[in-house]
Design a protein around this ligand. Structure first.
Ligand code: ZN
Length: 148
């Protein structure tokens, strides 16, 4: 865990992001690739989740992909949901990355505009907590430059 001691920023979840949290343009989703079975998964792992071997390496995942499928979350999720109040429906997509995996992620776009096959780009942002801490969160948004 490489958290800068001067930073009040923390990732939404340990092991999901890579890069410097003080330079958001450097942040990517963290991936793990296995050299034995060639599986690539989202998140930092010590062992391959497919074959169980330790022949894995960390790599940053691609910041571009396309929507493989999606749903629209129309009701406030239970638990400690921290989105806008009052609740605003949002898109939740499976984004296919060129690295050979799909990532479940919020899609930052008008829900009526979502389409399967839509090209999207990683969107790293800050969520300010009530106590002033900053949490680095991720989503994907339509990729304006990348239209097919
Ligand atoms: Zn493996």
């Amino acid at each position: 865990l490489n958290r800068a001691p001067t930073s009040e920023r923390s990732p939404i979840s340990t092991g999901l992001l890579t890069g410097s949290l003080d330079n958001l343009s450097s942040v990517r989703l963290a991936g793990t690739r296995c050299h034995s079975c060639n599986e690539t998964v989202f998140g930092t792992k010590d062992l391959c989740t497919n074959c169980g071997r330790d022949t894995v390496e960390a790599l940053p995942l691609s910041d571009q992909g396309k929507i493989w499928s999606y749903t629209i979350v129309r009701h406030r999720p239970p638990g400690n949901y921290k989105g806008p109040e009052p609740f605003v429906p949002f898109g939740l997509g499976l984004v296919e990355l060129p690295d050979g995996l799909r990532v479940l992620t919020p899609i930052k776009a008008a829900v009526d505009s979502l389409q399967i096959g839509m090209l999207v780009r990683l969107d790293i942002s800050i969520r300010q907590e009530a106590d002033g801490r900053e949490v680095v969160i991720f989503g994907f948004r339509p990729d304006e430059q990348g239209r097919a």
